[in-house]
Design a protein around this ligand. Structure first.
Ligand code: HEC
Length: 197
């Protein structure tokens, strides 16, 4: 009897884990308000971060600008989240990440693969991708915007031809397992992910 009970409990545990979460792709037609909000938020993040990078590179140099990506990026993201609302979270994510904090989860991997497939099919990156995740009784919406490598990014994400030795040294010191290097101009760098709970 005890054995049967334990088996039943194990079965219930496993079925909870596997069946209570599903994911499906959604388009901007299916969630227009969310896509609009997410798209404008992602744009603000790209512009604010890009602007700060250019500003600090020009005024204080590349080494100082490392802190913009390392620290300010998170402050800018937090401010943006607070401005939009409590139920929104925004992050940068990449399969070739520098900070393990920005490593993709399984749905983000699916989104990165989706963009990579589109890129190899048509040589173009779509503007965005959406997912609807159903977790227990909760609906979670996700929006993804691709980021492209520009010339200025190569100062820190390029190879030995585009990165100064001091910059490479500083980055390797902070991120010994860095995957976010050897990029080329125009490469697909990663995604901005906006999630609404
Ligand atoms: C001054 C150096 C520097 C420049 C220039 C720079 N980055 Fe970064 N980038 C970093 C650092 C350092 C991190 C790690 C930040 C952290 O700890 O989260 C990072 C992280 C990122 C991440 C988060 C994912 C990851 O790898 O951890 C993305 C996406 C990214 N950079 C994209 C870009 C793009 C696109 C550009 C050009 C517009 C750019 N970066 C320019 C230094 C730089």
């Amino acid at each position: 009897m005890k054995k049967i009970l334990i088996s039943v409990m194990i079965f219930v545990l496993f079925s909870c884990g596997s069946e209570l979460e599903t994911v499906s792709a959604i388009t901007s037609e299916e969630a227009p308000e969310f896509f609009k909000l997410a798209d404008s938020s992602a744009l603000v993040l790209v512009k604010t971060l890009g602007g700060r990078l250019t500003e600090i590179i020009q005024s204080d140099g590349v080494i100082k600008a490392i802190d913009v990506c390392k620290e300010e990026a998170y402050d800018i993201t937090d401010d943006l989240e607070n401005e939009i609302g409590e139920n929104i979270s925004i992050k940068r994510v990449s399969n070739k990440y520098r900070n393990p904090k920005n490593a993709p989860d399984k749905y983000e991997i699916e989104a990165i693969d989706w963009f990579n497939n589109k890129l190899s099919e048509s040589n173009e990156l779509p503007n965005n991708y959406g997912q609807k995740i159903l977790r227990k009784n909760k609906k979670i919406l996700r929006y993804y915007k691709p980021m492209i490598v520009q010339t200025k990014c190569l100062l820190c994400h390029g190879d030995d031809h585009t990165r100064l030795p001091d910059v490479s040294k500083r980055i390797t010191k902070h991120y010994p397992n860095d995957l976010a290097k050897n990029y080329k101009d125009g490469d697909f760098r990663g995604l901005i992910r906006v999630e609404m709970l």
